[in-house]
Design a binder for this molecule. Structure first.
Ligand SMILES: NC(=O)c1ccc[n+]([C@@H]2O[C@H](COP(=O)([O-])OP(=O)(O)OC[C@H]3O[C@@H](n4cnc5c(N)ncnc54)[C@H](OP(=O)(O)O)[C@@H]3O)[C@@H](O)[C@H]2O)c1
Length: 384
């Protein structure tokens, strides 16, 4: 997906050879030159445990080149460039000290608040200074803003980005904003947040991500389902008895009880990660691998899910959850939930999809279990 420049097709509806090459040039120019990656909330848990390690992996694989890519951390905490590097160093694994240092040197830190212009002006100045340095083409900039922040500050941060930090209109390139889940707390707050961000950015500039979809197992699901001749004819109610999609952690809230208690396991894991996996397991074959085609099939399968039956829901809270000082004593937030989804369509009628997620359980696992029906005329039964 590329953002930034609008390309109109000729009025005849046919694209000439020259306009095709123009289009290609535009695409290439929007993907070349300096890339600035800005991690907002750089002092936090997600940034150190997931975002910077993911950037480091890209660096190790050669996708992030010194001189072309600059990384900026932004948060209120009063720390130096070196202070941020020290915070994240321990989470960057599997590299020589030299390689690690090269990566860390790409990172700069800017301190400022999330709702006033001064910090974002400074951030813009710091980004701009680096965009014109080294071997970057002048007049070309791509700016990627990753919000590793609580959703309550998304609107004000996005306003600040829009007002102070967009790629200058005189430049080629683009500005994109990535927001992490949770995207609101319920339908009303999600719609409100969507409307607020929609006023500031075009849809092509906004990326709402569910990092679970980047997992190898999840990525492989499409291939398993749609490129495997063994499974193709079997993937339906005639052959499958039930499907279980399970997420279990062997640790509790780990000092993040205050955050978790506002959301609970259903909002934190089931309605996003497990429902996404469920869609990939249950949806029909998309027209192509384009994000819109995959989204269309996911929507269709979600629309086919019947109302949840209360008798098929189990909720629980682990012993010791309320010992966390940040969790209120009277909390009844679930840390475990199991729910049965029933898909009312030709492929899945009668097949229960059990979604289960829990914290502080006996083991750590992310699993999709597809249980096939017994083979008819079973000759092995007597052995047990
Ligand atoms: N941690 C994870 O593994 C994880 C996984 C998936 C999704 N997420 C989501 O990603 C987002 C960030 O998670 P996180 O765990 O990194 O959160 P966090 O550590 O609590 O917050 C990130 C940073 O935001 C600032 N901040 C915290 N609370 C704030 C508030 N009330 N108002 C303004 N700024 C505040 C703090 O930086 P300063 O004080 O320095 O400004 C903090 O370092 C959340 O939406 C979370 O649900 C987290």
């Amino acid at each position: 997906m590329s953002g930034g420049s609008d390309v109109s097709s000729p009025s005849s509806g046919r694209i000439s050879t020259s306009s095709l090459s123009d289009l290609k040039d535009l695409e290439l120019s929007s993907e070349s030159g300096c890339l600035s990656i800005v991690v907002l909330g750089a002092s936090g848990d997600l940034a150190k445990k997931k975002t910077f390690p993911a950037l480091f992996n890209l660096f190790q694989q050669g996708f992030i080149q010194s001189g072309e890519v600059h990384i900026f951390g932004y948060a209120r905490s009063d720390i130096s460039d070196e202070g941020l590097r020290e915070r994240i160093r321990g989470y960057l694994k599997g590299a020589s000290d030299e390689h690690l240092s090269q990566f860390l040197q790409l990172i700069k830190y800017v301190s400022g608040s999330y709702d006033n212009g001064a910090g974002f002006e400074l951030l813009n100045k710091t980004i701009s200074e680096n965009e014109t340095s080294e071997n970057n083409q002048p007049g070309n900039s791509r700016r990627l803003f990753y919000l590793a922040l609580p959703p309550s500050v998304y609107p004000s941060v996005c306003k600040m980005i829009r007002s102070y930090c967009m790629t200058p209109s005189s430049h080629t390139g683009w500005t994109r904003v990535i927001v992490e889940k949770p995207f609101g707390k319920d339908l009303d707050s999600a719609e409100e947040l969507s409307a607020q961000l929609g006023e500031l950015f075009d849809e092509e500039q906004l990326y709402r991500i569910d990092h679970y979809l980047g997992k190898e197992l999840v990525q492989n699901l499409l291939v398993l389902r749609f490129a495997n001749r063994f499974f193709l004819p079997l993937w339906n109610r005639d052959n499958i008895d039930n499907v279980q999609i399970v997420f279990r952690e062997d640790f509790g809230t780990d000092g993040r009880g205050g955050y978790f208690d506002q959301y609970g396991i259903i909002r934190d894991i089931i309605q996003n990660h497990l429902l996404q996996v469920f869609c990939l397991v249950a949806m029909e074959k998309p027209v192509s691998l384009s994000p819109e085609h995959i989204r269309d099939e996911k929507v269709k399968v979600l629309q086919s899910v019947s109302c949840i039956n209360h008798d098929e829901v189990v909720l629980g809270q682990y012993d010791g959850y309320k010992d966390d000082p940040t969790v209120p004593n009277e909390s009844n937030t679930p840390t475990f939930a199991s729910v049965v989804l029933r898909v009312h369509n030709e492929r899945w009628d009668g097949v229960p999809f059990v979604l289960k997620a829990g914290k502080a359980l006996s083991s750590k696992k992310a699993e999709i279990r597809v249980q096939f029906k017994d083979a008819p005329g079973d000759i092995f039964r007597c052995m047990y």
